[in-house]
Design a protein around this ligand. Sequence first.
Ligand SMILES: Cc1cc2nc3c(=O)[nH]c(=O)nc-3n(C[C@H](O)[C@H](O)[C@H](O)COP(=O)(O)OP(=O)(O)OC[C@H]3O[C@@H](n4cnc5c(N)ncnc54)[C@H](O)[C@@H]3O)c2cc1C
Ligand code: SF4
Ligand code: SF4
Ligand code: SF4
Length: 370
Amino acid sequence: MSIKTFQDLIKEVHEKGICQECGGCTSFCSAAFEKVIEFKKPNSPPEYINKDACLECGICYYLCPQTHILDEELNKTYQFTDFSSMPYGYAEDIYSCQTTDETFLKHGTDGGVVNTLLNFLLETKVIDGAIVSKAEGPFSRESMFAETKDDLIKASGTNLNISPQVDEIQRFNTYTRSIPQLSHYKFKKLAIVGTPCQIYTIRCMQNLGVTPSEHVEITLGLFCYHNFLFEKTQIEKFEKDFKIKFEDIIKINIKEDLILKLEDKNSKEKIIHIPFNKLVNYIRPACNSCIDFTNVYSDISFGGLGSPDKFTTVIPRTEKGKKLLQKALDKDIIKSLKLDENTKRNMKTVISKFSELKKERRNKFMENLK
Ligand SMILES: Cc1cc2nc3c(=O)[nH]c(=O)nc-3n(C[C@H](O)[C@H](O)[C@H](O)COP(=O)(O)OP(=O)(O)OC[C@H]3O[C@@H](n4cnc5c(N)ncnc54)[C@H](O)[C@@H]3O)c2cc1C
Ligand code: SF4
Ligand code: SF4
Ligand code: SF4
């Protein structure tokens, strides 16, 4: 049987318009230091830049979240069956948490919990660094390495544009020429924050035992209903459609709709809510083919949906995730609302509803693709 390679990803994923631009293939390419494949253009799938150096090993094909080769294996590891019977993934409990750190709360998207946990991991030296994503402006991003609390504060808040941040990991490839880089950065254990497509690719690599995934100590997964694509003409249309100016956006959040906090020239603030069904023209097309809303393969998942304002919904999934959450609660680094069983049920119901909607959207999209 011939091994499928990046050439097959081009045919089966890119040409169908379903590349999620997660950065998995470019990050974990076995010939990464020959630079075989790379993102060349913004908002476009990666491309061959040196096809002759391709080892035809098939790693990129295996880990792509759109080929689903390793789903069965991952499901076993993460106690997951399918999105119909487990719409929010494996979860023994659900929490609504908030940081006790004023700065993280002020800058956080929701309860500032993700960055607080990362800071805790850094301070206790469980990790040497975290790969996060820094907002450059509304809907634009840049992946960055955080080593300190200051770095994390710079990265606080969500920017809703895909971050090919797993790309950053390739610097820590312990094979071949990366070793000098590893000692240069002095990072050995990493935490990574990511959307479901990004975490999926990391889990595939860990499952295959391919370096540098062994450096990923813990994955903090964000809920993700969709991501947006804003090219210049779309920005103009968006401004017209919703009667706002992009430059006035000071904060973005996503829960059951898109929430924009605006500040005009006279420092007057206002918040507007835009329902998802009005945003169809701005969704990154590949996101329509994505099924995972709650990041079922992460160690802990985080979202705003289901929790009150300034609180984060937290779903620990693995032993590692559960231990981290418990330690942070015990040490009062974060606090949790006391939720009765009825409230928890309601949270699960609303999250399941969005999970179901995402699944239906994907099924329709894939049906049309056929
Ligand atoms: C693309 C996207 C879509 C989302 N969609 C939903 C949704 O539909 N419903 C919902 O309830 N929640 C959604 N979320 C999650 C939600 O916005 C918050 O990130 C989550 O609740 C954590 O909040 P917090 O205050 O605890 O995190 P914080 O303490 O503010 O930390 C947020 C962390 O996320 C990192 N980050 C920000 N943007 C990105 C990115 N693009 N890629 C990777 N890491 C990033 C930051 O670097 C920071 O470390 C989405 C997040 C993203 C990035
Ligand atoms: S070397 Fe392997 S991982 Fe890299 S592009 Fe070729 S087939 Fe994919
Ligand atoms: S691994 Fe990610 S970036 Fe690469 S082809 Fe698949 S979806 Fe696209
Ligand atoms: S909707 Fe899916 S493909 Fe799109 S950014 Fe979120 S996890 Fe990735």
